[in-house]
Design a protein around this ligand. Structure first.
Ligand code: ADP
Ligand code: ASP
Ligand code: MG
Length: 409
């Protein structure tokens, strides 16, 4: 008897027919005695539609984050109810539970809540009654008793965290692609599916834009030691296992993946007086507002005027809030001004073996140069290199870099 957590993303449950198909598939794949928890996202583009709706009422809905969470959490509530009904219609007992009912406890941050604990008493009780338990992804409850959401793509994290808390035998993430590829298969035709990828490489790919897994979910998998199986809702392909170490696959390539992220904006604070504490003042204010800052470049001091420029990137969804904070600080610091660019994107290469291989950076820059793509900012980690470029050139850039590192035989 196995305890299995299966997560189905928005495109897998986009219509009533697809919800029925998911229920059929779960029942077909079930072995006698298996206990099953299904974590589900909102139907299709529901979350985007709800955000668009909120924008009709409040031009900056994210100024009202508690209410945004109250609104967005309704999307998943629709799909859990329908999926539980689908199981019942097919003759199998099932019950739907919201994140709070399933014991998903988050911190008090709205719209980007983090799971701090799972108390799955009710889930276990329902499983013991022989029911399939359908849990709303992307949501939890905080210490104030409010519903929170876990950031875009957060149902992945709900699923892996629940699998960890239940000590499940497996955690399967069903989506509209049949595994993790060496690049987004919608952008790179020749992208290769991987049999396995390590948590660390997947985490870096996810942070750098591979939306197939939310970064937090990979952290959760690593934390609980839960192998994550990414596979297709629509086929029986074997998919990709995310785990600590490679077991079967020969590591043929140093670079495991090429990623891109269009959800990036660049902010520059220009002409800041060059004195201690400037970086602290800017970035602590952003941190206090829970805004993640990514690439950071400080220009060389201008010897005549003794000022510097500070350039950094944030997620596009944080831009409006970040801009308000930074403009205020720029005035306080008597900077010359601020500049915002939204039409930028980040392309990156990821691979744990790249440390100590200086040729990797040169090869990436060479690919971009051949594709006539200008690099605005570069940043590196031990296992990745990222370049900020114009958003309009993302497709050519990713394809050029991929062709360089994964040549077709
Ligand atoms: P779901 O609704 O099931 O959560 P998502 O849209 O969040 O699905 O994630 C699946 C999508 O991730 C795919 O359709 C694909 O375009 C995109 N993606 C980006 N990078 C990769 C990658 N390296 N491998 C696989 N899919 C990727
Ligand atoms: N529905 C949420 C989103 O669109 C969560 C998820 O799909 O994982 O971001
Ligand atoms: Mg997703």
């Amino acid at each position: 008897m196995a305890l299995i957590v299966k997560k189905f993303g928005g495109s897998s449950v986009a219509t009533a027919e697809k919800i029925m198909a998911v229920a059929r598939r779960v029942l077909q794949d079930q072995h006698p005695g298996d206990q099953i928890v299904v974590v589900v996202s909102a139907m299709g583009d529901t979350t985007d539609d709800l955000i668009a709706l909120a924008k009709k009422i409040a031009p900056e809905p994210y100024h009202y984050t508690r209410e945004v969470d109250m609104l967005l959490s309704t999307g998943e509530q629709v799909s859990i109810a329908l999926l539980a009904m689908a199981f019942n219609t097919l003759g199998h007992p099932a019950v739907s539970l919201t994140g709070p009912q399933a014991g998903v406890i988050s911190n008090v941050v709205y719209t980007k809540g983090k799971i701090v604990d799972i108390t799955p008493k009710r889930v276990l009780e329902e499983l013991d009654k022989g029911k399939i338990v359908v849990v709303a992804g992307f949501q939890g409850i905080n210490a104030l008793g409010d519903v929170t959401t876990l950031g875009r793509g957060g149902s992945d994290t709900s699923a892996v965290a629940i699998a960890g808390a239940l000590k499940a035998d497996s955690c399967e993430i069903f989506t509209d692609v049949d595994g993790v590829y060496s690049a987004d298969p919608r952008v790179v035709k020749d992208a290769r599916r991987m049999k396995e990828i390590t948590y660390n490489e997947m985490l870096e790919m996810a942070r750098l834009g591979a939306v197939v897994m939310q970064p937090r979910s990979v952290e959760m998998g690593k934390h609980f030691g839960v192998p994550i199986h990414v596979r297709s809702t629509f086929t029986q392909q074997p998919g990709t296992i995310i785990r600590e170490e490679y077991t079967v696959e020969e590591k043929e390539f140093i670079i495991r993946g090429v990623t891109h992220d269009n959800d990036v904006a660049k902010i520059a604070v220009l002409g800041v007086p060059n004195r201690p504490g400037i970086a602290y003042t800017i970035f602590s204010a952003l941190a206090d507002a829970n805004i993640d800052v990514d690439m950071i470049v400080q220009s060389i001091r201008n010897s005549e005027t003794n000022v510097i420029d500070m350039v950094f990137t944030v997620a596009s969804s944080d831009l409006s809030q970040a801009r308000t904070i930074v403009e205020k600080i720029a005035r306080q610091l008597e900077a010359i001004g601020t500049l915002v660019e939204e039409d930028v994107a980040k392309v990156s290469v990821v691979g744990a073996g790249m440390f100590g291989s200086p040729g990797i950076a040169a090869a990436m820059f060479g690919a971009l140069s051949e594709a006539q793509v200008n690099i605005e900012v570069i940043s590196t980690s031990e296992i990745s290199i990222s370049c900020l470029i114009k958003e309009s050139q993302v497709k050519e850039a990713v394809n050029a870099i991929h062709a360089k590192f994964f040549p077709t035989k």
